[in-house]
Design a binder for this molecule. Structure first.
Ligand code: ATP
Ligand code: MG
Length: 390
């Protein structure tokens, strides 16, 4: 019960007048994520969010792991609370950080004092607690310049807190603080990473998947649902929009020149995604496109792709190397699912020689044989919505 979690706010501390609303959103996000680990008091003051268990039934290990995936937090510490008294602080440090002290060759104590009524300065408190700890753990030497363990003491309004080295938080900004986007989520490696990156910048995400049954299988759909489920840890609950895409792809295949199949197909994706965006008050669309990766991702092809919509398309991965995207996919835990070998609709009817530098008027002429509005409407009206939760 005296074990609490401290979350240091990230760059939102730089916000001026908006700061309060960012903080409220962050606390709401923390509250929602921790619901399943028990009942907590969650509040924020002095750039820190406090997570206090209300009773002994709380799963503190589960909560500690979950908060490391919440955006808007730069570092996370598990801390012991105690009375604001120098000897209570030492006793707490000795018992709570005993194992860490024994394991570390060197240590130092760092104190922060936001309660200015506390009778010692930060330096005095550090020296006092550090001296007693050095006596209690004679094998661990004091090193104030490059310690293996930093014992942090924070004297705050209601209590003092003692913790060891914090672990990094997820960074970014609180989810929802920067509005909402539609994210085009395929089963590949890239788009789960671009979705994660958007969420990291504080954007709520509505994932959209284009599905071409029977050209793409039920397993391909399950794979995308699974990817979305992995992303829930970062993005919160989402509703995946599965757009039936078969009729559109067959029409393109039957009526358009092969060299333009992919770019025309991608224009349909954008039109439908735009309708979903407007329907859900999303200010932008996100893709996992990456400059030069495939024929449809040259600058010219992307310009033709986006020329049919007015909602902006954001491409978080545009200048990353594939290797860096793979590193990110492994880190967020989507990589192993992404490489399962189920086909995506992009690889159905792939042209043998796609145009890498398509011209807009040629593509518009090529697709003019299609009833674009009717096809878009038909797909939009038959969207399947799947709630994605943990
Ligand atoms: P990924 O690894 O994300 O599949 P990719 O390199 O295979 O990317 P493409 O298949 O050309 O690239 O797709 C580029 C982007 O278009 C994807 O990152 C994704 O945002 C979007 N996209 C592609 N296929 C689909 C789909 N079936 N449903 C939703 N979005 C898609
Ligand atoms: Mg793909």
């Amino acid at each position: 019960m005296n074990d609490i979690i401290l979350l240091k706010q990230g760059e939102m501390v730089l916000k001026g007048l908006n700061r309060k609303s960012f903080e409220m959103r962050l606390c709401g996000n923390v509250r929602r994520r921790l619901e399943r680990f028990g009942k907590f008091n969650i509040y924020t003051t002095q750039s820190t969010v406090y997570v206090e268990p209300k009773d002994d039934s709380c799963d503190m290990d589960g909560a500690f792991e979950a908060v490391q995936k919440i955006f808007g937090i730069v570092s996370v510490s598990r801390a012991a609370a105690c009375a604001k008294d120098k000897d209570a602080i030492f006793e707490t440090a000795k018992s709570y950080l005993g194992d860490a002290m024994r394991a570390a060759p060197t240590f130092k104590v760092e104190s922060k004092r936001s309660d200015k009524a506390f009778p010692m300065t930060s330096i005095q408190l550090s020296q006092y607690v550090g001296g007693l700890l050095a006596d209690a753990f004679p094998d661990t030497k004091v090193d104030v310049h490059n310690p293996a363990l930093t014992v942090t003491v924070e004297v705050r309004d209601f209590a003092a807190y003692v913790h060891g080295t914090p672990v990094p938080g997820a960074g970014g900004m609180p989810l929802g603080a920067n509005g909402s986007v539609v994210s085009l989520l395929s089963g590949g490696i890239d788009s789960p990473v671009s979705t994660y990156m958007a969420a990291k910048r504080g954007v709520s995400v509505i994932p959209v998947h284009f599905f071409s049954f029977p050209y793409t299988s039920e397993q391909a759909k399950e794979k995308v649902i699974e990817l979305a489920r992995i992303l829930v840890d970062y993005c919160g609950r989402m509703t995946l929009q599965i757009v039936p895409f078969t009729h559109i792809q067959e029409e393109i295949h039957d009526k358009c020149p092969e060299e333009y199949f992919t770019v025309i197909m991608r224009r349909f994706m954008m039109r439908i995604a735009e309708k979903i965006a407007l329907d859900n008050r999303c200010a932008a669309m996100i893709t996992g496109e990456n400059l030069g990766q495939v024929a449809s991702q040259t600058m010219e092809a992307m310009a033709v792709t986006e020329a049919c919509v007015s909602v902006p398309i954001l491409r978080p991965l545009i200048c990353l190397d594939k290797n860096d995207i793979i590193v990110a996919a492994r880190k967020i835990g989507t990589f192993d699912t992404s490489i399962l070998p189920y086909e995506d609709c992009c690889t159905v009817f792939t042209p043998r020689h796609p145009r890498t530098r398509p011209k807009l008027q040629d593509v518009e002429a090529a697709e003019s044989v299609l009833d674009v509005d009717a096809l878009v409407r038909e797909a939009f009206e038959n969207i399947e919505r799947v709630k994605i939760e943990r």
